[in-house]
Design a protein around this ligand. Structure first.
Ligand code: FES
Length: 276
């Protein structure tokens, strides 16, 4: 038996904004009846503000609750604000969902994304007019889940395993043939994230110098000492102590530990500090 929050139960038992909007300004759809659940969302938009939202869904209680709370979350917001809502926001508003039901919040996010695709974009790149839209690559044919949906779910929720991706998107939850592809997407995502967050050698020097100047030096100055950066080679950071800090052997050891710990916490576990 799933463990549902009171808010989920409330929105399931008394769903808000159920139905259809005639002459809606935007309509989005996600999921498919063949896969067991589907959500259609209708939006009325005036002066770039969502003035009304309604939904029709075929799915479990979590799908009803996710859709219901989503409509409450978006009414009164600008289109730009609504475009920033993620599946995590939907689940958080509900006080959480069981891991196996997170795909319901993803369905809400997808329907919203579908409804607002291109909405409000006054400018269309000329290339778009001539290039046909690329079809999205289906990774899981059992549940019709695309590569983009899996990528977004990993990105928004920090998913690390195939099982988590299955909970959030359903992909991999039937024949399992797509599990290898899902693992490839997870690996690619984290490899890309790592390469994007890796600092260049210059950025690394600047960052270490900044930590020394803003976090370490002020502390040493309080006791009449100071420190400056001399050099950096791989994980070795060479520093020079000044004033009182340089005259006492015991103090030097304590300071070295303090400097090392501060740099390790902020930068890299393997940093070694050497006094010159
Ligand atoms: S192809 Fe994904 S579960 Fe079958």
């Amino acid at each position: 038996m799933w463990d549902y929050s009171e808010k989920v139960m409330d929105h399931y038992r008394n769903p808000r904004n159920v139905g259809k909007i005639d002459n809606a300004d935007a309509v989005g759809i996600a999921g498919s009846l063949a896969c067991g659940d589907q959500l259609k969302i209708y939006l009325k938009i005036e002066n770039n503000i969502v003035t009304d939202a309604k939904f029709q869904t075929f799915g479990c209680g979590s799908a009803v609750a996710s859709s219901s709370i989503l409509t409450e979350m978006i009414i009164g917001k600008t289109v730009d604000e609504v475009k920033k809502i993620t599946n995590k926001d939907i689940a958080d508003q509900l006080g959480g969902l069981p891991p196996e039901k997170m795909h319901c919040s993803v369905m809400g996010y997808e329907a919203l994304e579908d409804a607002l695709k291109g909405y409000g974009d006054d400018y269309q790149d000329l290339d778009d007019l001539f290039e046909p839209e690329k079809p999205e690559k289906i990774v899981c044919t059992c549940f019709d889940v695309t590569e983009n949906v899996i990528w977004d779910a990993i990105k928004q929720n920090g998913l690390k395993t195939v099982e988590e991706v299955t909970n959030y998107t359903k992909a991999g939850g039937a024949c399992g043939k797509c599990k290898g592809l899902i693992q490839d997407i997870i690996d690619t995502y984290y490899a890309k994230e790592k390469s994007e967050t890796q600092l260049s050698p210059t950025q690394r020097i600047l960052k270490i110098n900044n930590i020394i100047e803003t976090q370490i030096s002020p502390e040493l100055q309080k006791d009449g000492g100071d420190i400056n950066l001399v050099d950096i080679k791989d994980n070795k950071v060479y520093v020079k102590l000044h004033g009182k800090c340089s005259s006492c052997k015991n103090a030097t050891l304590t300071i070295k530990r303090f400097v090392e710990q501060t740099l390790r916490t902020a930068m890299d576990e393997n940093i070694e500090v050497i006094e010159v």
